[in-house]
Design a protein around this ligand. Structure first.
Ligand code: ATP
Ligand code: MG
Length: 233
């Protein structure tokens, strides 16, 4: 369902490659974790899939389509196939949990007479029915992230992208979020998560992709740090 074919990325002509000749195949229904040190390129991979940024070379195929060829006009339709959650939640502060999710449905043009039921059933699946009328400032970080998950899957995406979803959470909330990622994956949604939290992946059967020199990741920021360190020596 997702193929990175010989993909290389550098951000500017002058900068070094973040990674070169990266190849990866992800099957429909898989749950995959990207791990690797800070600055290695986890967010870059997720932003490439979102088509927020473009590869320097190589192809990214999603559902049989080369996403480089998606026209700007079609981009919203492509993005609708992707649900996404971030480390910093990004809920609308003035709106309740329910209203935040409803807004995503209306935004995607998917609001109809069954939508209320759809939101209720997702809230119960994620165990957040009691948060229905709460605003973000009345919720814990873990609770906000669960509402973000509801928002990410409400429009029936085929893929959920989660960029460090537990980066701001305590261990107990992180465990809950990881459990919910699995529950979402069990619905048939392909899940890609980036994480620092290697410990939490132990005991799961998730496919773990470690980003390092062996698959083309250069550790750019480490190199920069090292050369800065050298300058001080
Ligand atoms: N917009 C940008 N312009 C230039 N360089 C960038 C940009 N975004 C990221 N980089 C560089 O690309 C490399 C990979 O960054 P990325 O954010 O993908 O890492 P990451 O693995 O997500 O790190 P973290 O774990 O800290 O979130 C880093 O060296 C970073 O400095
Ligand atoms: Mg990142």
């Amino acid at each position: 369902m997702i193929d990175f074919i010989d993909v290389s990325k550098k951000y500017t002509d002058e900068s070094d490659y973040v990674f070169e000749h990266f190849n990866l195949h992800i099957d429909r229904g898989e749950i995959v974790a990207f791990i690797g040190e800070s600055g290695i390129g986890k967010t870059t991979l997720i932003n490439l899939l979102l088509k927020d940024i473009e590869p320097t070379s190589g192809e990214i195929i999603v559902d049989g389509k080369d996403i480089a060829k998606i026209r700007v006009r079609r981009l919203p339709y492509y993005r609708r196939e992707l649900g996404v959650i971030f480390q910093d939640f990004r809920l609308v502060p003035e709106l309740t949990a329910y209203e935040n999710v409803r807004m995503a449905m209306i935004g995607a043009g998917g609001w109809n007479k069954n939508s209320l039921k759809r939101i209720s059933s997702i809230f119960s699946m994620l165990g957040i029915a009691r948060l229905h009328n709460k605003r973000p400032d009345e919720m814990s970080g873990g609770e906000q992230q669960k509402v973000c998950m509801a928002r990410a899957i409400v429009n029936y995406p085929r893929i959920l992208l989660a960029d460090e979803p537990t980066g701001n959470l305590d261990p107990k909330s992180s465990e809950e979020i990881f459990n919910l990622l699995k529950i979402i994956n069990n619905q048939g949604i392909t899940v890609i998560v980036s994480t620092h939290d290697q410990e939490r992946l132990k005991g799961t059967n998730w496919r773990v992709i470690e980003l390092n020199e062996s698959n083309g990741f250069t550790g750019l920021s480490k190199n920069i740090k090292n050369s800065e360190a050298e300058n001080y020596e």
